[in-house]
Design a protein around this ligand. Structure first.
Ligand SMILES: [Zn+2]
Ligand SMILES: [Zn+2]
Length: 329
């Protein structure tokens, strides 16, 4: 519930159909971390704080209005990072850059594709401080749209030198991880759990929307026992798809017209990060061994699946994105 002074202060935007009291609370529940040139950060902070959103990461600014405290004293529930191009952030964030005199801003939500964001950010220079106030207002606009749940998974704005604002359309995403049905995900989690405390592995194959699980044995223990020098890691911290099963599977998908969509493995006590070792084995010389095949890492903790992330090859590197797990798994 908003207090009387809060209602007074935010009276104008409370009347907006897309804000209202709920929306005002949502604006107060976001904490924005600004990593931008001082001038742009100060302008963005002024707009955001005036709107009821708290801001961190502001260097000392001589613009006193940037220090308006937000009246809404809600404990921020979500953090949103605002970074300067050419940084491609790890998660939901706003990126601010410039391109031939234009200010270009991209906003990415939790479900947005990082590879598409990287495509949008590629080639952008750092923000131009010449149009700091307008750029700062667009930062606030994109943050507020995200806070209010009005934003698309990825959206962009450009501000011309003349001050005209245009929306930037993200093209259809070519980096989507395979759409794995919940039942297949559940079966995958059960298979990976059965390998604990070792890493488990599996392959997802399919055709169009028809995805199926092929559980594969982790051959790392056998490799390690046979040749500990070439395979120094045990199955506790590494996996290798059983080579015979893998070759058999490739023959099978050739015959059935399916495709290998993804290789999944577990980290029994680790995070979901596609590790250096994972990267080296998936792309030994900086080129993917299996172009077009996604990788899925499922992190277990205390014997239960905690979280999962995709790693998809895009333009020279693996980009990671969250894979929501079925509830109650
Ligand atoms: Zn994409
Ligand atoms: Zn791994």
């Amino acid at each position: 519930m908003l207090t009387e002074p809060q209602i007074q202060r935010y009276a104008r935007q409370l009347l907006l159909r897309d804000v209202g009291e709920r929306g005002q609370e949502a604006l107060g529940a976001v904490l924005v971390e600004l990593a931008l040139p001082d001038e742009v950060a100060a302008a963005a902070a002024a707009y955001l704080r005036a709107g009821g959103t708290e801001v961190h990461g502001l260097a000392l600014s001589d613009a006193p209005w940037a220090w308006t405290p937000p009246l809404l004293e809600a404990a921020p529930q979500r953090r949103l990072h605002v970074v300067a191009a050419p940084t491609v952030p790890e998660r939901a964030a706003v990126v601010v850059g410039s391109d031939a005199g234009r200010a270009v801003l991209w906003s990415l939500g939790e479900s947005g594709c990082r590879a598409c964001l990287a495509d949008g950010v590629r080639g952008l220079g750092p923000p131009d401080v010449g149009a700091a106030v307008q750029t700062g207002s667009l930062v606030a606009l994109l943050v507020q749209r995200r806070a209010l749940g009005l934003a698309s998974p990825i959206e962009g704005l450009a501000l011309s030198e003349g001050g005209a604002i245009s929306t930037l359309a993200a093209r259809p995403c070519p980096h989507r991880p395979p759409a794995v049905p919940e039942a297949v995900l559940r079966a995958l989690l059960i298979h990976l759990a059965s390998a604990l405390p070792d890493e488990g592995c599996a392959v997802l194959v399919g055709r169009d929307d028809d995805v199926r699980l092929v559980p594969v044995e982790n051959a790392q223990a056998t490799h390690h026992a046979r040749d500990p020098e070439a395979f120094p890691r045990t199955a506790r911290t590494a996996f290798s798809l059983d080579p015979r099963a893998w070759l058999g599977l490739l023959r099978e998908v050739d015959r059935t017209g399916e495709r290998v969509l993804a290789i999944a493995h577990s980290h029994p006590d680790g995070g979901t990060h596609f590790s250096g070792e994972d990267r080296r084995s998936a792309a030994p010389d900086g080129l993917p061994l299996l172009p077009g095949v996604a990788h899925l890492v499922v992190a277990f903790s205390g014997g239960r699946p905690g979280a999962a992330r995709w790693a998809l090859w895009s333009d020279g590197d693996f980009l990671e994105m969250d894979c929501p797990l079925p509830s109650g798994s």
